[in-house]
Design a binder for this molecule. Structure first.
Ligand SMILES: Cc1cc2nc3c(=O)[nH]c(=O)nc-3n(C[C@H](O)[C@H](O)[C@H](O)COP(=O)(O)OP(=O)(O)OC[C@H]3O[C@@H](n4cnc5c(N)ncnc54)[C@H](O)[C@@H]3O)c2cc1C
Ligand code: SF4
Length: 334
């Protein structure tokens, strides 16, 4: 690991100022992702601005009848255990509980989780061409071992899969991100606009500007938040990233799908909302045939590489299972 400057930020203004004024400074929350990449020599910040001194403002969860407000510094484990999350947002609770290990979740924050970087092995190993790590150096994964890579939202510059779980729940539930600092001096943006597709510039992963920090994530409550579920398929059942996952939120009325939101993980370069599939299900009776039809639509544009073609049928089956399990949930007051 290279030498770096370490600063504790006593308040949000100081954090924003230090990141802005220090060359190659990066903020550190739980640091479980960032220090991993620093050890590998992939991330080389000249300074780390520790934002953990701000929990009284950004380490809180507030809930009302209409929304859930999550501070960016809330630890994943604390959100997973929160009574309002458990009772009214099962999708968020499950996405958190199925991520990493409890030890990591005790340390990792919600803001850090949604901004974690890819697990592509070529990104993590400095001996390979990687357009995300070193723009213009090529993409070793295109012709290399690409079993874990994405089949949706890829480009000929990068096919790395988005690694996190919580983001699928947040994009499905139409969450909003609140920020401080950066070019706009703070703003609100739909969660769906936070991550960038790789396109020609896979090194640019989010729409945050330099120095801009996530402060809160707001999730609106609706009848679909109660009937919601996260299904994750992985190589082993513990501390493992998704090969395919599906986040579902659904409102049923008279046996018909009144509203449905679908997001896919493990298979796409960014948290992926499957709007075509949603469109096919609205107003319909959900059964295995309609769910399969929706899954076909969700993967219609999927592009496989040498080792990851299995993700297309796996992703479809995961989505069908998630839809039917969500439908079968027993919900007290929808
Ligand atoms: C063995 C292992 C297994 C794992 N499995 C999973 C899994 O299955 N699912 C899953 O989702 N994750 C998994 N993870 C990843 C883990 O959840 C992340 O490391 C963690 O969530 C990151 O949170 P953090 O607070 O430690 O982030 P940090 O490491 O502190 O930060 C991550 C990045 O976000 C930036 N950042 C942090 N907070 C903010 C903010 N508020 N505003 C702007 N930028 C910010 C940092 O500068 C950094 O670039 C796993 C990790 C390990 C080591
Ligand atoms: S898939 Fe993306 S992250 Fe992986 S080597 Fe290619 S450019 Fe780098």
């Amino acid at each position: 690991m290279e030498r770096f400057l370490y600063r504790r930020a006593p308040n949000v203004e100081a954090a924003v100022r230090t990141v802005r004024e220090t060359t190659a400074a990066q903020c550190s929350a739980g640091a479980t992702n960032l220090t991993d990449f620093m050890t590998l020599g992939v991330a080389r910040p000249r300074a780390l601005v520790d934002i953990n001194e701000l929990p009284e403002r950004y380490g809180r969860i507030d809930s009302s009848a209409t929304r859930l407000r999550l501070g960016a510094l809330v630890r994943m484990a604390a959100a997973e255990d929160h009574p309002a999350v458990r009772a009214r947002f099962p999708l968020i609770q499950q996405a958190l509980a199925l991520a990493a290990s409890r030890q990591i979740r005790n340390m990792a924050t919600l803001g850090g989780n949604v901004l974690q970087r890819t697990r592509c092995e070529y990104f993590r190993g400095r001996d390979f061409g990687c357009n995300k790590r070193a723009p213009g150096s090529g993409c070793a994964a295109l012709e290399g071992v690409n079993r874990a890579h994405a089949v949706l939202g890829t480009s000929d510059k990068c096919i790395a899969a988005y690694a996190g779980d919580l983001a699928q729940a947040l994009i499905a539930l139409d969450a909003t991100v609140e920020t401080a600092g950066g070019a706009a001096g703070g703003r609100r943006l739909p969660f769906a606009q936070l991550h960038r597709l790789p396109g020609e510039t896979p090194d640019l992963e989010t729409t945050l500007s330099p120095g801009e920090r996530i402060t809160y994530i707001d999730v609106p409550a609706g009848p679909w938040t109660l009937r919601s579920r996260y299904v994750k398929v992985r190589d082993r059942e513990s501390c493992q990233f998704a090969l395919a996952s599906a986040a579902i939120a659904m409102h049923l009325e008279g046996g018909l799908v009144r509203e449905v939101r679908i997001a896919l993980g493990g298979v796409a370069t960014v948290p992926w909302r499957a709007r075509e599939a949603e469109e096919l299900l609205r107003g319909r009776r959900l059964d295995e045939a309609t769910a399969t039809h929706a899954a076909e639509a969700a993967f219609a544009d999927a592009q496989a590489r040498r080792h990851n073609a299995f993700k297309i049928p796996l992703g479809k089956r995961t989505l069908v299972r998630a839809l039917l399990e969500t439908q079968a949930m027993s919900v007290a007051h929808e």
